[in-house]
Design a protein around this ligand. Structure first.
Ligand SMILES: Nc1ncnc2c1ncn2[C@@H]1O[C@H](COP(=O)(O)OP(=O)(O)O)[C@@H](O)[C@H]1O
Ligand SMILES: [Mg+2]
Length: 266
């Protein structure tokens, strides 16, 4: 039996009309299955969560628990089998692709495990890419913001370098600058430290936590790493496609213990 089946799905947040204020994203009763017939895999099984504005939220769970699937549906990169999803006040469940693309471009930032920088663009070109894609130049105010990001992420002397000339940690800092450049309503990060050594990983996590603490940036980070999750204000635990626990900021040890409980429950 897959891990987590013994946990019933917990109601982690009341997302009824009266309690929607302060949520930058939410999903209601999501299910997602892949394949058909006897090959069907259930990746999500009735997930209802909200991501709070200004907070750093971790979505934590073992490999295969449905974290990336959940993130992709919340971000409008994939569609659910059943259930509903909102970004801010906009329901994205049945949004047309063109509208979804615009919404993502203007309101969401992404940081992926594989960095996903454009290899032919230098650092500055990568950071400004969201504006290029949106067909506009950054305003003066936005240029100042980008300059602040370059400074605080330590990228000043790397602006004309291409991604292949940078270390993994530097590449991920560029990806973070790019994600924050448009001041998105929400940044989604999927295992952002998965390709980094532990020291560099911690630096990247500190930068994400600082963006949330200092600028009120809302962040939803998917991870299977208890140390990464310990940087978050709030942790949602996923097991076998269900949300099984919600905790406020916790130590890596406390998170590990809970995870071990999930993994041995099968
Ligand atoms: N495109 C796909 N086709 C078939 N099965 C998939 C696909 N994507 C994910 N899955 C399955 O859905 C489950 C959840 O996957 P995923 O969301 O990637 O988990 P996580 O990110 O927590 O490791 C796993 O059993 C995985 O094998
Ligand atoms: Mg994943």
């Amino acid at each position: 039996m897959p891990a987590g089946r013994r946990f019933s799905s917990v109601e982690v947040m009341d997302i009824s009309q009266a309690h929607q204020a302060g949520l930058v994203a939410r999903v209601s009763d999501l299910t997602k299955s892949y394949g058909t017939g006897s090959n069907t895999v259930s990746a999500l099984d009735g997930v209802t969560i909200g991501i709070r504005a200004g907070q750093f939220t971790a979505i934590m769970g073992p490999s295969g628990s449905g974290k990336s699937t959940l993130m992709h549906i919340m971000a409008g990169l994939d569609t659910a089998t059943t259930g509903r999803a909102w970004l801010g006040e906009t329901e994205i469940t049945h949004l047309r692709d063109a509208d979804l693309t615009l919404l993502r471009r203007r309101r969401v930032g992404f940081v992926f495990q594989a960095f996903n920088l454009v290899p032919t663009l230098d650092v500055l070109g990568n950071i400004r890419l969201p504006f290029e894609l949106d067909g506009r130049r950054p305003s003066r105010d936005e240029l100042e913001w980008i300059d602040r990001l370059i400074e605080s992420l330590g990228l000043r002397d790397r602006l004309t370098h291409r991604p292949h000339e940078l270390s993994g940690g530097q590449q991920q800092r560029v990806a973070i600058a790019r994600a924050l450049a448009i001041r998105p309503d929400l940044v989604f990060a999927d295992e952002p430290t998965g390709n980094l050594d532990s020291r560099t990983g911690r630096e990247v996590l500190s930068l994400l936590a600082a963006a949330s603490a200092e600028y009120g940036q809302s962040i939803a980070m998917v991870t299977h790493d208890p140390i990464a999750a310990s940087f978050a204000d709030r942790i949602l635990f996923l097991a076998d496609g269900k949300v099984v626990e919600e905790r406020q900021r916790s130590t890596p040890d406390a998170i590990s213990s809970f995870m071990l409980g999930i993994e041995t429950a099968a």
